[in-house]
Design a protein around this ligand. Structure first.
Ligand code: GLN
Ligand code: ZN
Length: 772
């Protein structure tokens, strides 16, 4: 068996430095290029990645270059490879039982009445994976040759790559029970049936020439899954004992990213796997366990989730410490680099100084290579690189803007009073007197469709083809249209539609000090979608009002209340790359103070309803239960700091983008927003039960329209959802709204859906009043 390479990365961005994969895949979906052309683009991208990784110091012959390509999602890749697809898509198999690329996309995106796999967040990241559906009826069988083909494709260019595949335990632990499964079915109970198929897969990879395979098992670190860490550890022990016993296989590297492996290190060490990857950027160097001799520990000391150059000397210290455990040690990234952009050298608009503090994927590869050299040749051999990184850190800590005296002074003066609003009952009465809302008030979540016209106008303004005045006039006309539409429909609390925002976080990043935005810093969010997180590098302050003019304008066009729209501190942090040199809590409070000033200016401009969106509150919840209370404390506190200055008669709304209300109910209550809107339509209001059971007594709007789908819900359908809600929750508390913002929808379906929502609400209002 060949030795594990001295340094490696757990995975590399697959979307292409200019989102080439997105463009190719979407062109294929639109019927503009054929399958062969798409496959060719993908092969070119993989080839370019291998070349790039070699250029950056990994080697072509030692399995240090991972093959982590995916057309859509790595979990779907593994599910399809082992044939774990829902019954409703079985018809898509080829005559020989295999699942081709068009079928793969259909499973990801749905077709007609066949809903796609559900999408959910991958651990505590902003990446979304597709949730496999597995039941007693699922027949596991090799159904795709993609992984082995990619090994052969690389070999043809002279590369010995290491295929990266989601492991069997994680695949099952992240799956949900299929529609056919009986109540209470646990997909993990199918492990013994699944492992033999992985065995076959490994044999095929070996036959294709793979010396090493990487099986990703992040489920082993999580305490936020239905299975306990003990159950997951026991499953891993079973699975890897069996996989390890097979002779006909590549050497196995099990990577456990996203947090500390804890006791599950011992579980893996007791199996025949040859290498184990530890996330040492989130977890500390563990204590020794039995069974490590002869194995390789891959120290994930280079953070795969942020874009900082970081403390390279400290990273090397951890690797030296890791050597104390008695295993061979290799240098690695903590996670796949799929969470960071390609190359900081692509950024021409960032200052040279900022660039010198940063490391995107390519720079992180170089850092790993440096550390690997240090492991092989001694610390002295990399002294210059360690020194340069330390100097960049020092430069960063003393650079202007990183610490802003006025911001720090203000944060230091905060007292407990700054985090509390007055009594809720007083607020409710004062707000009702001011707003005079009917029962079951109707509103939306904020954005209206971002049409091609809006995107074109923004692009033209960006290129200087239209003036600021022209662009502003365009946006005002958009707002006029959105307000008129809402009035005509008969909504009660109106929005301006957010046409000026390209993105709900980036818009604020562009208007706050302490942030920079990138040109090419795209990161895959799901499938063909990517986001461009901003870089929060310094103390945050607000040089000028950010949203007030748009809200003021919208309010001037109507006598109905217009809701001001802000993005909350937790979400701004979650969807940016955030400085790592101070606690997140401190950074969140700086953002909160900027928002607090914005709220006060909105009030001054006559805005009586203000929504502070926190869709990411759940996403940042730490994977380890010990870390959760502290997180909930600071995240809730930052929201309260942002909103607690609001007047008694200002109605504060918040919006959360998920329906796992039960998980964070205490936090939601603690936010103390007057009204909270959440997602509920897709689960047919399942959440209503949790809300009622929790005794939550503030305003609540469970969404009645699934905006993730182009489908228009009928009036009857919406009415039946509303009836579920009024049956359990007092009508005086209920709001009616869609699940989320409408920006990804078209006007036709939006208008029709909202019309049906209004009609359904009116019908339910009549019943409610009649009953009283
Ligand atoms: N106000 C935002 C919108 O409507 C909220 C989006 C979100 O929750 N992700 O677009
Ligand atoms: Zn939302």
């Amino acid at each position: 068996m060949t030795a594990f390479p001295a340094g490696t990365i757990l995975g590399y961005p697959r979307i292409g430095p200019r989102r080439e994969l997105k463009k190719a895949v979407e062109a294929f979906w639109a019927g503009k290029v054929n399958l062969q052309a798409l496959e060719q683009t993908a092969a070119q991208l993989r080839s370019a990645v291998r070349a790039r990784l070699e250029q950056n110091g990994l080697q072509r012959h030692d399995s240090s270059i991972p093959e982590s390509f995916s057309f859509y999602d790595q979990v779907l890749d593994a599910a399809v490879a082992v044939g774990a697809i829902p019954a409703r898509f079985e018809r898509l198999r080829e005559a020989d039982g295999s699942i081709g690329l068009p079928a793969y996309f259909t499973i990801a995106r749905g077709e007609g009445d066949d809903a796609p796999l559900e999408m959910t967040k991958w651990f505590d990241t902003n990446y979304h994976y597709l949730v496999p559906e597995i039941g007693p009826e699922t027949v596991f069988s090799l159904s795709s040759e993609r992984y082995e083909q990619q090994v052969r494709e690389a070999a043809a260019e002279g590369f010995a790559v290491r295929p990266v595949i989601v492991g069997p335990v994680t695949l099952l632990a992240l799956a949900k029970a299929s529609d056919e499964a009986p109540e209470g079915f646990d997909p993990l109970s199918r492990l013994a049936d699944l492992v033999p198929v992985y065995q076959q897969l490994l044999a095929r990879l070996r036959a294709a020439g793979a010396e090493w395979v990487q099986l990703d098992e992040p489920a082993l670190v999580s305490e936020s899954l239905p299975a306990t860490t003990e159950q997951l550890g026991a499953a891993a022990k079973d699975a890897y004992t069996l996989l390890g016993e097979a002779n006909d296989r590549p050497a196995i590297f099990v990577a456990a990213a996203y947090a500390a492996l804890g006791d599950n290190l011992a579980a893996l060490a007791a199996t025949p796997v040859e290498a184990i990857g530890l996330d040492l950027s989130r977890g500390a160097v563990p204590a020794a366990v039995a069974g490590l001799e002869g194995k390789t520990l891959v120290g994930g000391v280079i953070d795969g989730r942020n874009i900082w150059r970081g403390d390279l000397a400290a990273a090397f210290d951890k690797l030296e410490q890791l050597r104390g455990l008695g295993a061979n040690v290799a240098a690695g990234t903590s996670t796949s680099l799929q969470h960071v952009p390609h190359d900081v050298r692509d950024e021409t608009a960032l200052s040279e100084q900022l660039v010198s503090w940063l490391a995107f994927a390519d720079q992180k590869v170089q850092q790993v290579v440096t550390l690997a050299q240090g492991l092989a040749e001694g610390r002295d051999s990399i002294a210059a690189e360690l020194g340069a990184a330390t100097a960049a850190l020092a430069d960063r800590s003393s650079a202007p803007g990183v610490r802003d005296g006025a911001v720090r002074e203000r944060a230091a003066q905060l007292s407990a009073d700054d985090f509390v609003r007055g009594d809720y009952e007083d607020r409710r009465v004062a707000q009702q007197e001011r707003l005079q809302l009917p029962e079951l008030p109707l509103t939306t979540i904020g954005s209206f469709p971002q049409t091609g016209d809006i995107r074109r106008a923004r692009a033209r303004f960006g290129k200087g083809e239209i003036t600021q005045e022209e662009y502003d006039a365009f946006l005002r006309a958009e707002i006029d249209g959105v307000i008129a539409l809402q009035e005509e429909l008969g909504l009660d609390v109106l929005v301006h539609g957010e046409p000026e925002r390209n993105d709900m976080v980036q818009y604020f990043a562009e208007n706050l000090d302490g942030f920079d935005v990138t040109e090419h810093g795209w990161v895959q969010s799901y499938g063909s979608r990517a986001t461009r997180p901003s870089i929060l590098w310094g103390d945050v302050s607000r040089p000028a009002p950010m949203t007030v003019e748009w809200s003021r304008y919208a309010q001037s066009r109507t006598s109905a209340p217009v809701k001001g729209m802000l993005t909350g501190p937790v979400t701004i942090l979650a969807w940016s790359f955030v400085r790592d040199d101070q606690p997140l809590a401190d950074t969140a409070n700086q953002v909160a103070l900027a928002l607090r000033d914005e709220i006060s200016d909105l009030e001054e401009a006559g805005i009586g309803v203000i929504q502070v969106d926190e869709p990411a509150l759940r996403e940042l919840l730490p994977l380890k239960s010990v870390d959760q209370p502290a997180y909930l404390d600071w995240s809730v506190a930052s929201f309260r700091l942002a909103t607690a200055g609001a007047h008694t008669d200002t109605q504060v709304h918040t919006h959360l983008c998920y329906s796992e209300f039960g998980v964070v109910i205490d936090a939601i209550r603690a936010l103390d927003a007057d009204v909270t809107s959440i997602e509920a339509a897709r689960s047919r209001m399942e959440v209503v039960h949790d809300i009622a059971a929790s005794g939550f007594n503030h305003g609540i709007g469970p969404g009645v329209y699934d905006i993730h789908s182009p489908r228009v819900p009928s009036t009857e359908e919406i009415q039946s959802l509303l009836e579920i809600a009024v049956a359990d929750i007092p009508a005086a508390q209920l709001w009616v709204n869609p699940d989320c913002g409408l920006k990804t929808r078209g006007y036709e379906e939006t208008t029709e859906s909202l019309r049906n929502i209004v009609a359904a609400t009116r019908a339910v209002r009549e019943n409610v009043t009649a009953a009283v």
